[in-house]
Design a protein around this ligand. Sequence first.
Ligand code: PMP
Length: 374
Amino acid sequence: MQLFDVYSLFDVTPVKASGCTIWDDKGQEYLDLYGGHAVISVGHSHPHYVQALKDQLDKIGFYSNSVRNPLQEELAARLGEISGYPDYSLFLDNSGAESNENALKLASFHTGKDRVIAFRKSFHGRTSGAVAVTDNPGIVSPFNAVHKVSYCDLNDTQGVEKVLEGGDVAGVIIEAIQGCGGINIPRPGFLAELRALCDKYGACLIMDEVQCGYGRSGKFFAHQWDGVSADIVTLGKGIANGFPCGGILISPKFKASKGLLGTTFGGNYLAMAAALAVLDIIEDEGLVQNALEVGEYLKASIPASPLIKEVRGRGLMIGIEFNVPVAPIRSQLLYEKHIFTGVAGKNMIRLLAPLVLTKAQADTFIQAFKEVLK
Ligand code: PMP
């Protein structure tokens, strides 16, 4: 059997990693400023994380959600505290897209309505519901027509209100910082205006924090830069540092009932051990603060260049927008300078380093980047 050929692959085979460093099968060392799409939060193979997974596997690896799992309860309590949502509930699933699916369904159950407002350039995942609220060229689904989605421009409060006036909107879903769409930060006040509109029209405000959340922006959640709260916050990526895990934080206004949501693997022991170890490390090592400090340092160190149009982002979520396609620059960074970076669209280099990045590692990137820009 062969692999179904859907991914564009770089000719690199990682076999080992530690912190922000990766080694390939030929022993070549790389600096990781991408974290495998923002997944590596506390660094590759952190010793505390590795030990926690090994210890858990020695005890019990899996059982279904038909028995009590104290690790889920511990994660809920600790996540409530660290995220500033202590009175919310936690539902655990396995990925970012699944978290968004659950959020959309919950919003619809709660309101009895079925339209969703999403934003241009958004990305919410590849399952049929999540992809229907995604606006990204090249990411399509034959099932979009079965979902009622209205796309609005980011920052267009009037446009959103016009759709809400139709009276059939269950929820508004938004990334507090758009990731795949090009590191777009809503203008100050826009999220608060959305909050007020959702309250006025009885719609649910869903914050997709899959990419921008979990400390990456320099606050635990990126929407907290705007001082607003969501009805549902969706999680994935960094929550368990690469062990598949997702979840949603749910406002007390939603009523749970048996069977309303469910999943076989969600909240399993190994995922919970991984997620708890991630919170230990985020707290012990002050990683939210580190993301802010090193991220701002890195952003400020990016040199001016006639090739660069704009640098934007928060914390360790940084986009460098060029006037030209970046594919050759990214290849040069990888193959000549041995640095992993990401892209958004054709013209943006996207940096999503592990939250443990040091200023010295940021300097290494800046030096290499300057040489590539020459
Ligand atoms: N939401 C956002 C903002 C994302 O960036 C992504 C993944 N890039 C997803 C949802 C989907 O997550 P997953 O790939 O884990 O399903």
